[in-house]
Design a protein around this ligand. Structure first.
Ligand SMILES: Cc1ncc(COP(=O)(O)O)c(C=O)c1O
Length: 385
């Protein structure tokens, strides 16, 4: 039998999805894989039913159905403050997952170096390897997850072609300040590099923190490839709808990559999702209020359980420090916790390039009842260790 490709040896299967399987086996509350409990808004579900009944059921335009691109551009004009052209600046993809891969393959030649902040969302390692690029990791130092501008400059000096910016950040919950974004932007300009953003949590930000779009910073649109999706904002991770926004010349390339990767995102779902993109501003205000309440509730439970954590500024994850439990193997600890305490988390080491093994990641995009039950179980943690 012929051997499979060498590149497969450079990355493992997703630890996050493996922890979901562990949770199912142990009948534990699954706070590992980050998807919401809630359904998409009712009017979007109704639009979905209509699209299934009336179509379209055949391929959409490969770079996105016109109505979807128009609605997206209208929405993002408001949030990004950019005068986007639906025919020139957008490719609709199968989630931000495909958007990121498309961006990476559009920006990088095999052998190019790409800066990735660590801890990082595990896809980025695989994205660089599959596109032939080589990652340079720059630490976001826990517990605040700040970067050292000197370390970042040193990474750019190695000849980076691009930097990946996950903002708001999974797993750390960091929201990059305007000042931090300006530091990154200045280095990208100085060293003539792309910034590839992953902004799937752009609407899940806890005041007083604010999301600033890298593409909207002065002179940054031409070198920023913005990736995002509808997955988290509208509770539709299974619809697989995302997009790349960028300057015309980059989008021309991204359209080609996307066309040969997937041809296009699901046509009826693009049609239905126009309703989501056209929701009024009050929808996003509500989202902030609801997630802030969930975050505060969950952090309250962690306080009651006496756990130490970094307060998330955005996204719906919290990194809990398990040093006091004498944890030296976070993988074993997470499996033990799922079995014994009945709560499944992701071992922090799966997000870090550095040897960090005292952190675990919990997600709190679950119903308040489930979060309360989690709180009860976590209270027992200290007595069980
Ligand atoms: C940072 C980040 N990017 C991308 C994704 C996947 O997004 P999508 O469903 O749009 O592919 C996730 C999912 O958890 C994520 O956390």
């Amino acid at each position: 039998m012929p051997a499979t490709a060498d590149r497969l040896t450079f990355f493992t299967e997703s630890v996050i999805r493996e922890m979901t399987r562990v949770a199912n086996r142990c009948d534990a509350i699954n706070l590992s894989q980050g998807f919401p409990d809630a359904d998409p808004p009712a009017e979007v579900l109704a639009a979905g039913k209509r699209a299934m009944a009336e179509g379209p059921h055949q391929y959409a335009v490969t770079w996105g159905a016109p109505r979807f691109r128009e609605a997206l551009v209208k929405k993002q004009r408001h949030w990004m403050g950019l005068d986007l052209n639906p025919d020139a600046h957008v490719v609709v993809t199968c989630g931000s997952t495909e958007a990121m891969m498309t961006a990476m393959m559009t920006a990088c030649n095999p052998g190019d170096k790409v800066i990735i902040f660590s801890p990082y969302y595990e896809n980025y390692g695989a994205d660089t390897i599959l596109s032939g690029a080589r990652p340079i990791y720059v630490p976001l130092h826990p517990p605040e997850f700040n970067f050292d501008p000197g370390e970042l400059r040193a990474a750019f000096m190695q000849g980076a072609k691009a930097i990946v910016l996950c903002n708001p950040s999974n797993p750390s919950g960091k929201v990059f300040s305007l000042e931090e974004l300006e530091t990154i932007a200045d280095l990208a300009k100085e060293f003539d590099a792309f910034v590839i953003t992953d902004e799937v949590y752009e609407h899940i930000v806890y005041p007083p923190h604010r999301h600033h779009y890298m593409a909207a910073l002065p002179d940054m649109f031409d070198r920023t490839i913005s990736c995002s999706s509808l997955s988290k904002t509208y509770n539709m991770t299974g619809w697989r709808l995302g997009y790349v926004i960028g300057p015309e010349s980059v989008i021309a390339g991204a359209r080609k990559v996307h066309d040969f990767l997937t041809v296009g995102a699901a046509a009826p779902l693009q049609e239905a999702a126009v309703t989501a993109l056209e929701l009024p501003l009050s929808y996003y205000e509500r989202l902030t209020v609801d997630y802030t309440r969930k975050r505060d509730l969950f952090l309250g439970f962690l306080d009651e359980a006496g756990l130490t954590y970094t307060r998330p500024q955005g996204a719906y994850y919290v990194m809990v420090d398990c040093t006091e439990f004498g944890v030296t193997d976070d993988n074993a600890f997470c499996r033990w916790m799922a079995r014994t305490v009945g709560v499944a988390a992701v071992p922090g080491s799966s997000f870090f390039h550095e040897p960090v093994d005292h952190l675990i990641r919990l997600h709190f995009s679950r119903s308040e009842e489930i979060l309360a039950e989690t709180g009860k179980r976590l209270k027992k943690l200290k007595t069980l260790v």
